[in-house]
Design a protein around this ligand. Structure first.
Ligand code: SAM
Length: 462
């Protein structure tokens, strides 16, 4: 069966399965120069987050896909070859992850709970992909919908949203814009690509962004959408990467958003939104009387959990799952003393090597004691900062002798503890006993990653 014969979620599933394998093969090939030790945690994370699909697809299918990758073109006219930097398929270049219909239905209902719109409002879906937002809106009898989609394999009338005339104004701009993949250069927005565009980029880029070489494309989708708003009752409602709401990220974009909107709703649930797991939220930027100057953060698992913040918290961490974990005690520590009382904030230099390291996430737990007769002051705290299975593991490394891979934060102890073997070992033990704390606090991005602040805030009972 061909992709074009399929509809709705079946079509997404077809494209998604092919893409999972393309993605897997791409990552393996891209990383083939790396030593296995480095590749293993990446694969482990990858397999965990895509286990459902991997289980559904046989090894034969994998081999066939591999052969296809090497010999023939894909239907999107790109192919992955055996080089280290393969051609990038439209999936990577255009961020093609199509939102499941069940998720679209949920988020469309969500916006209608907060904002009552008549059926004849003008709606824009700026990057409609397989059209799931449009279908759900039509089922709800919203019929004035305009769409843009750049990829000619998905539409007979391809249109780059950045070429779409700004004089078109809408009551609701809704969808799932492409997200930039940080290591895929083609997935960024480059102002210089639009030098001859009929739409002057100065109309939607900020002065600072006009000078930048590139920016995450989802951010520019937001900025341009701000220019398509009809009036104060208009809203923007986008699926965004959850990382958009990490503390102090995307400040410039948030500042522009606040010039137009005084109510923000950030919704996340415990479901997988695409055929591939990317941690996302649905962000609604709007104006409501009831929630004027408020941010509503909603996390839905078996129930809906809502927290309300002042709009001035916009640059704080607004990740619904993290807030839910905090509010429900999963990451609350009532007793103990914060590690910032024991750890120095001074940066320390340690040997790091991609290839020639003797300390990695795999063996760090073998280093929780300071060997007898060694100089205690040379032992520093190393804590794994990334990786779904290893994040939060820690040990004591010898700053003069050990070489670490890049998975660690290394902390020195405050002067008063620098020669205290017992305290150093006890801190290490307490952290390792509470690895779940670090896992639960780190649902910010695809692969778990902690911040130094998370370590300083962790409480130990000594
Ligand atoms: C994340 S997908 C989402 C598709 C759809 N909104 C959904 O939720 O299923 C992003 C879509 O944006 C399209 N796209 C990427 N860059 C674009 C651009 N500059 N203008 C219009 N569409 C674009 C991609 O081809 C892809 O179909």
């Amino acid at each position: 069966m061909e992709k074009k014969d399929l509809k709705g979620d079946d079509r997404i599933s077809f494209v998604g399965k092919r893409d999972i394998w393309q993605d897997f093969v791409y990552k393996v090939k891209k990383n083939k120069k790396k030593v296995w030790q480095e590749l293993e945690p990446i694969l482990e994370d990858y397999i965990k987050s895509n286990w459902g699909f991997i289980m559904q697809t046989s090894l034969t299918e994998f081999k066939q896909t591999e052969e296809l990758n090497q010999t023939s073109k894909y239907e999107d006219n790109t192919y992955i070859n055996n080089e280290i930097e393969p051609n990038i398929s439209n999936k990577y270049k255009y961020g093609q992850y199509f939102t499941k219909t069940s998720i679209v239905k949920r988020v469309v209902n969500l916006i209608l709970n907060y904002k009552s719109y008549s059926k004849n409002i003008d709606i824009l879906e700026p990057s409609f992909g397989t059209g799931n937002f449009i279908s759900v809106l039509k089922d709800k009898e919203f019929n004035n919908i305009t769409g843009c989609e750049i990829d000619s394999s998905l539409t007979d009338n391809p249109m780059d949203f950045f070429h779409f005339p700004i004089h078109n104004k809408y009551d609701l701009i809704i969808g799932n814009p492409p997200f930039t993949k940080y290591n895929v250069v083609e997935s960024y927005y480059y102002p210089n690509n639009y030098l001859t565009s009929p739409i002057n980029k100065e109309h939607y880029l900020t002065k600072k962004l006009l000078k930048k070489e590139k920016e995450k494309i989802e951010n520019i989708f937001i900025l341009k959408s701000l220019k398509h708003l009809k009036n104060d009752d208009s809203s923007i409602a986008f699926v965004l990467p959850i990382s958009f709401f990490i503390k102090n990220r995307n400040k410039e974009i948030k500042e522009e958003i606040l010039k137009k909107f005084s109510t923000i709703i950030v919704y996340q649930n415990d479901k997988v939104w695409f055929d591939y797991h990317i941690p996302c939220c649905f962000a609604i930027f709007t104006n409501t009387e009831k929630y004027n100057n408020k941010i509503i953060v909603i996390y839905e698992n078996s129930e809906v959990h809502e927290s309300v913040f002042e709009i001035s918290s916009i640059n704080e961490e607004l990740i619904p799952e993290v807030i839910f974990n905090k509010n429900n005690g999963n990451t609350i520590q009532l007793n103990g003393i914060e590690l910032e009382n024991y750890l120095s904030k001074k940066r320390i230099k340690c040997n790091k090597s991609f290839k020639e390291n003797n300390v990695s996430g795999k063996n760090i737990l073998e280093r929780t004691k300071i060997p007898e007769n060694s100089e205690i002051k040379n032992y520093k705290l190393a804590i794994v900062r990334v990786g779904n299975s290893s994040v939060g593991k820690c040990g004591l490394i010898n700053i003069n002798e050990d070489t670490l891979n890049d998975m660690f934060y290394v902390f020195d102890f405050k002067d008063s503890y620098i020669n205290n073997k017992e305290i150093k070992e006890k801190i290490c033990e307490e952290i390792n006993k509470n690895q779940d704390y670090f896992k639960q606090i780190t649902c910010r991005v695809g692969s778990k990653s902690i911040k130094k602040e998370d370590v300083y805030n962790f409480k130990v009972e000594i």
